[in-house]
Design a protein around this ligand. Structure first.
Ligand code: ADP
Ligand code: ADP
Length: 228
């Protein structure tokens, strides 16, 4: 089980230019882990997360996530997979500006067959008292908490985070990481985090290092540290 990639390739073509964004990427991530994906800009981190998340399709190789065999799935099944098995968190929070906090979370809830209790989730991320606010009335850290609540309320087995703290100051970023660690411990969610911050590697159970589309290293921390 878990996430398994075998010899995955992804080439982007723009005109005459080909970019090999993933080269024979292979890895195994057991369930219930925090995974840090590290590497310089352009090394393929987002592409890796996007092919795991069914946002982008790989060209060759095999990807399985839990029971889902991504290379065999039609687009419609990929949509089902994204809705039910996954939650996404981005650097830009992507909240709907015209909806309140609780309405944004409701959007996540409606996508799921077995959503978690909205009040419970908003309490856990510390945003229940601001449930009637609109995104523009919140700080960046608060907006990211709401985005996490929206992803979590679906009760996904996997949370895929692309630079979740990239737009936040260091202290707020640490609080978001503490929250993601809590999510992993409380719900058993596998949390994959793309980051430029080596410190996040220390709190992860598994660290993946990428360079020029290749997975250079995939190692397991014996004793992950708290993000403080
Ligand atoms: P980061 O380095 O933080 O991952 P990027 O700016 O490289 O962010 O990429 C952000 C998004 O834009 C990614 O999802 C990626 O797939 C897409 N992207 C990156 N480079 C290109 C490109 N040359 N053309 C089109 N889309 C791109
Ligand atoms: P990272 O997340 O590590 O910054 P990306 O996965 O975004 O890296 O990008 C890996 C490489 O693929 C980069 O050279 C980027 O410009 C290229 N790339 C990513 N997405 C696209 C795209 N949609 N079209 C063209 N090139 C892309």
């Amino acid at each position: 089980m878990g996430i398994e990639l075998t010899n995955v390739n992804k080439v982007y073509k723009s005109g005459e230019v080909e970019v090999h964004a993933l080269r024979n990427a292979s890895l195994h991530i057991p369930d219930n882990k925090i995974v840090a994906i590290l590497g310089p800009s352009g090394s393929g981190k987002s592409t890796l997360l996007n092919v795991i998340g069914g946002i982008d399709r790989h060209d060759s190789g095999t990807i399985s996530v839990g029971d889902y065999m991504l290379d065999e799935m039609k687009d419609k099944q990929v949509t089902e997979y994204r809705r039910h098995a996954l939650g996404f968190i981005f650097q830009q929070y992507n909240l709907i500006p015209t909806l309140t906090v609780s309405e944004n979370v409701e959007v996540g809830s409606q996508l799921s067959k077995n959503p978690l209790d909205q009040k419970d989730i908003l309490e856990k991320v510390g945003m229940w008292d601001k449930k009637d606010k609109f995104p523009f009335q919140l700080s960046g850290g608060e907006q990211q908490r709401v985005a996490i609540a929206r992803a979590l309320v679906k009760n996904p087995a996997y949370l895929l985070c692309d630079e979740p703290t990239g737009a936040l100051d260091e202290e707020t970023g640490k609080k978001i990481l503490t929250l993601l660690k809590y999510v992993n411990e409380t719900y058993g969610t596998t949390v994959c985090i793309i980051t430029h911050n080596n410190g996040i590697g220390e709190m992860a159970h598994t660290v993946i290092r990428m360079k020029s589309g290749e997975i250079m290293d995939n190692y397991f921390n014996e004793q992950p540290l708290a993000p403080e």
